[in-house]
Every structure is written in structure tokens, then in C-alpha cells.
Ligand binder design. Structure first.
Ligand SMILES: [Zn+2]
Ligand SMILES: [Zn+2]
Length: 361
């Protein structure tokens, strides 16, 4: 049986999104049907709408979500009806060459629901990041539903499903930030500020937030930046060196996804330091660096895709840290909105007015 609910659809490249009635099938084998309680508005949703990811319109948007499991299909054992879950867009298969090498966060065959959600006329919808949670119900692979402590506020918890996890993981999993490290984060939006929060959680000593927007730098301080630099007025590479005894930072995290800011991160780190790219570049971007500098500076250049997270391991832990008062997830929720305000939220996001607008149901 299919369930008719409201969902946010991107019907054509660049066109405003609309709220439509969609059909969500009951779960089949290995699937779970989740009643969505909250879903954050992420840049990736906007990228889908702009046709910057694939051309498989129409898209059902939304992917930073939490909710309650409504029904599960046959063979599902990891969740049961009534569980409070965060949806993940990585659900490792367990059998690909990466999973078999013990690196499930690089899984090549991450699982999604087999059945499609559709328009009322039967047109299949492409679910954003295999989720599609700007809707009252979402059908996902059961492995995408990660059970966490139900005491968490749904608006805050859902954000761990994408952007906040990407930032926390960029610092902790990919960057390996540890006690006493110096860290710079370039770009202090949702992901960058989550990287700052992650660096603080991991025990970093100096945490430098860099942005061109003073409002975002103010947020960075609230999440744990010990210093901030407005790179519109100041050369961030020199300023970061000045703050670290002339040396640069141990870990430089680029959370913008642009060649100029990547170059800043490259030169702002200490010898043998680590650069982490978590900002998402667009296809035409290129970078040119003197190869001798790449060689001579040593260290590590890494990219962080979804914070190299393992959702089943990391989501419950970060939710518990939040419930213990050690990770301020609430601060990422700039506002709560209704389903019909997603288009407006995209514009607020583009203007840098919010860390996250979160749809509540
Ligand atoms: Zn796999
Ligand atoms: Zn996202």
C-alpha cells in the first residue's frame, strides 16, 4: 500500500520548489518507513534544485532528518516501530571491497530503499541523497535509519544526519585533531562551525575561525573558536601564522570548497601538518600549487566526505554528547519552519542569515 503525504519537489532545473502530494510505498524487505519529525535545509538540497548534482528531475528534497520508525519490512532487525532514528545517507553494504577492507566509511555500494517514492501519477521521484525527507514519511533502507537516544530534540538531532556530521567528522575522523593541536577552519557556516565544535571536543588548544562575514565569526566564537579572522580585511595565512608562533596550524580545515580558500589552508598549516577539504567544489574548479611546496611541506592532504563517518557508530555517540551538554547541537538550529517555507529558507541560506533552517512536522 502507498501512503499519500505532502513532500517538497524540485521539478525542473532552477525552478522554485513546490509542495505536492506524493506516494510513499510501505516498506518491503530491508526497508523502513519513517515518520519524519524534523529535517534541516542543506546546501545540497539547493544544489539538487539547481541541477548541479544530477539531472534526474523531479527530485524529492530533504536529507538531514530525524523521526520515528513507523513500519519495517521483512528481514529488518536493526530498528523497530517506535524507535527514534536519524537518517543517514551512508549505509555500508558490508560486502564491497572497501567494507571488506575494514573501511566501511568508503563503502562503494551504500544501501537505499529499493522502491521509489512517486508523484500521484506514478512518476518516480529521485530522493535527495537517497533519503527525500522534506515529507511526512520517508522510505529508506533500514540501514539508513540509525537509532539514537529519544531524549534528543528532533530539530537538533536531524542535523547530525548530514552537515553537522560532516564538520564534526572532518575535524575528528579525517583531521585526527587531538589534545593540544592548533586548528584553523576556513568558512564558518554550518559545516565549518561543526568542525570548530569537533576540534574543541577533541581537545584542540588553539582554534581559529576564518570567514569574510563577521556574523559567522561571531557564531564561530560561540562554538569554540579561540580566535577569529575576517579574511576580507586580513591575509588569513599571515594572521594564522601570527597566532601560532609563526608556524601555522597542525590541522587546516577548508569548509568552503574553493581554490582560493584551499590554497589558504595549504599555506596556513605548519610543516607536516594536515589539510582537510570538506567544502564541496564545483566541477569547473581547478587548483595550481607548486609541486615543490607539496613535496617540501610534507604532511597530509585529505578530503572528508560526510566526515568519514560511520553513522551506526558516530550518531548515537554525538547525540549522547549533546545530551550530556558537551556538544551544542541546539545552536545550529537558527529557526524552525513549515514545509511550505523551504524555498524561502534557500534564500536565507544564500544570504548567510542562518546556520540551519529546520522544517518541523
Ligand atoms: Zn560496502
Ligand atoms: Zn546535507
Amino acid at each position: 500500500m502507498a501512503n499519500a503525504v505532502k513532500g517538497v519537489i524540485a521539478g525542473a532545473k532552477g525552478a522554485p520548489v513546490s509542495v505536492e502530494t506524493i506516494l510513499v510505498p510501505d516498506p518491503g524487505p530491508g526497508e523502513a518507513l519513517v515518520r519524519i519529525q524534523a529535517c534541516g535545509v542543506c546546501h545540497t538540497d539547493l544544489h539538487y534544485r539547481e541541477g548541479a548534482i544530477t539531472n534526474d528531475f523531479p527530485f524529492l528534497l530533504g536529507h538531514e532528518a530525524s523521526g520515528i520508525v513507523e513500519k519495517v519490512g521483512p528481514t529488518v532487525t536493526n530498528v523497530a516501530p517506535g524507535d527514534f532514528v536519524i537518517l543517514a545517507w551512508r549505509a555500508p553494504c558490508g560486502t564491497c571491497r572497501s567494507c571488506l577492507r575494514g573501511r566501511p566509511w568508503y563503502c562503494f555500494a551504500s544501501r537505499n530503499a529499493q522502491q521509489k517514492m512517486t508523484r500521484q501519477d506514478g512518476t518516480p521521484l529521485s530522493a535527495a541523497l537517497g533519503i527525500g525527507a522534506f515529507a511526512e514519511l520517508a522510505l529508506v533502507a533500514a540501514g539508513q535509519a540509525v537509532k539514537v537516544n529519544a531524549a534528543a530534540r528532533p530539530e537538533a538531532a536531524g542535523l547530525v544526519g548530514c552537515g553537522i556530521m560532516a564538520g564534526l567528522g572532518a575535524a575528528i575522523n579525517t583531521g585526527g585533531v587531538s589534545r593540544g593541536d592548533s586548528v584553523a577552519v576556513i568558512g564558518c557556516g554550518g559545516v565549518g562551525n561543526a568542525a570548530i565544535a569537533g576540534a574543541k571536543l577533541a581537545g584542540a588548544y588553539t582554534i581559529i575561525g576564518v570567514d569574510v562575514d563577521d556574523r559567522k565569526l561571531e557564531w564561530a566564537k560561540q562554538f569554540g573558536a579561540t580566535h577569529t579572522i575576517n579574511s576580507r580585511h586580513t591575509d588569513p595565512v599571515q594572521a594564522i601564522r601570527d597566532l601560532t608562533g609563526g608556524n601555522g596550524v597542525n590541522v587546516a580545515i577548508e569548509a568552503v570548497g574553493r581554490p582560493e580558500t584551499y590554497t589558504q589552508a595549504f599555506y596556513a598549516r605548519d610543516h607536516a601538518g594536515t589539510v582537510v577539504l570538506v567544502g564541496v567544489p564545483s566541477p569547473e574548479m581547478k587548483i595550481e600549487l607548486p609541486l615543490l611546496e607539496v613535496f617540501g611541506r610534507g604532511g597530509v592532504l585529505k578530503s572528508s566526505w560526510y566526515g568519514d563517518c560511520l553513522p551506526s557508530r558516530d550518531f548515537p555517540m554525538f547525540i549522547d554528547l549533546y545530551l550530556q551538554g558537551r556538544l551544542d547541537l541546539e545552536r545550529f538550529v537558527s529557526e524552525t519552519i513549515t514545509l511550505d517555507k523551504v524555498e524561502e529558507a534557500f534564500h536565507k541560506m544564500e544570504r548567510g542569515e542562518v546556520l540551519r533552517s529546520v522544517v518541523v512536522f
